[in-house]
Design a protein around this ligand. Structure first.
Ligand code: NAD
Length: 359
């Protein structure tokens, strides 16, 4: 019996988490779900959107799966998701984007794995608010050291990228490629403009790549990468990126395979792993039993493989592929306009998967 932390999240989180639990339990793998709430409601009740009890639970169980959690825009508490990744040092965000036969998309044969650095870059949370004394001090310091002028009414976000952080994420990408029979790793950056951050990322990536002669290595500038992925995604395999580009390219890649409803993810560190879909809490769909649960279900597939439960993972993945190919028991986002049959709800999808798995 495994003990796993389950953070349902908010918005559409609880309903997709419920669907995921049904499907995982249908495989017969025994799991004790240690349910821990986090997010805005918890913040209002407990004064902290990510209380210690949630972190303690993950530290005890080593593994968690979570639904999305809303982050207030511009003001309010910092992202629970980012804090979780930083506090538990979940430095590698792995997001596979693979075409499913029958999914509504312009592309076929997409099989990408995005490996996003999860702890540094503009997500480090080192920010200085417009007009505050420390911000003005920083602006003066920068001007005195670099001669560059920054307007006094600026806010500033700091972008740290280290040798340590880059080395371990690029190594993670190559090790992932080796273990999963992948052929190529592409490092994505903007080293032509940000020479001391992205330039360092590229330099370290090249050094690590030299230690993996069996895997092809190349690099691409991020803007070009966007165009290449839209034009010929089949040329790419594993992509390794700093945090912000990784975030953006993950959604782009999800779009190539039919949308966020199909894109799973994992945040992995040396000690802990937290599995979660790429998509957010889609608040406008909250409680409507409408959204697609596949992304969190496929995140559970990644989790089962991480646990060594390959048989159960395969059963769920095959059931998901079958349901998408048949196109009958799917939610609105996977229906094409000329399909005369109506979409089904979140829990109907889960129940159909359970029927297939138990057949
Ligand atoms: P979002 O991913 O929640 O939704 C964008 C759109 O994608 C939705 O309106 C919907 O049309 C579609 N979509 C998303 N998930 C879907 C699903 N399962 N099935 C069908 N369609 C789906 O992005 P957003 O609106 O930018 O963010 C909403 C909130 O989620 C924000 O507060 C954001 O900070 C948060 N967020 C959390 C996480 C996380 O918990 N890891 C990740 C991303 C965003």
């Amino acid at each position: 019996m495994y003990s796993i932390t389950l953070i349902p999240g908010d918005g559409i989180g609880p309903e997709i988490a419920e669907a995921m639990v049904k499907v995982v339990e249908a495989t017969g793998v025994e799991i004790k779900w240690d349910i821990q709430n986090a997010g805005e409601e918890v913040y209002l009740k407990e004064g902290n959107p990510l209380p210690e009890r949630v972190l303690d639970s993950i530290k005890r169980n080593k593994i968690a799966i979570k639904g999305p959690i809303t982050t207030p825009v511009g003001t309010g508490f910092r992202s629970v998701n980012v804090t979780l990744r930083q506090t538990l040092d979940l430095y590698a965000c792995v997001r596979p984007c693979k075409s499913f036969k029958g999914a509504k998309t312009k592309y076929e044969n997409v099989d990408l794995v995005i490996v996003r650095e999860n702890t540094e870059d503009l997500y480090a949370g080192v920010e200085f608010k417009k007009g505050q004394q420390e911000t003005l001090d920083l602006i003066n310091f920068i001007t005195s050291k670099s001669g560059k002028k920054i307007r006094e009414d600026s806010g500033i976000s700091i972008k740290p990228i280290s040798v340590f952080g880059t080395e371990r994420i690029v190594r993670f990408a190559f090790e992932y490629a080796r273990k999963n029979g992948r052929k190529k790793v592409t490092a994505v950056h903007k080293a032509n403009i940000m020479k001391y951050t992205d330039g360092l990322f590229l330099e370290v990536a090249r050094q690590v790549a030299n230690q993996y002669p069996d895997i092809e290595f190349e690099d691409k500038i991020v803007d070009n990468m966007c165009m290449q992925l839209v034009q010929k995604p089949e040329l790419y395999d594993v992509l390794v990126l700093p945090n912000l580009y990784g975030d953006i390219i993950s959604d782009l890649a999800a779009g190539l395979i039919g949308g966020l409803g199909l894109a799973p993810g994992a945040n992995i560190g040396d000690e802990y792993a937290v599995f979660e879909p790429t998509h957010g809490s889609a608040p406008k769909y909250k409680g409507l039993n409408k959204v697609n649960p596949f992304a969190i279900i496929l995140s559970a597939v990644m989790m089962l493989r991480y646990l060594g439960e390959f048989n159960a993972a395969g059963k769920i993945e095959n059931a998901v592929a079958k349901v998408i190919e048949e196109g009958k028991y799917v939610t609105y986002d996977l229906k094409s306009q000329d399909d005369p049959t109506p979409p089904v709800g979140t829990q109907d999808v889960a129940e159909e998967l359970v029927r297939i798995i138990q057949r």
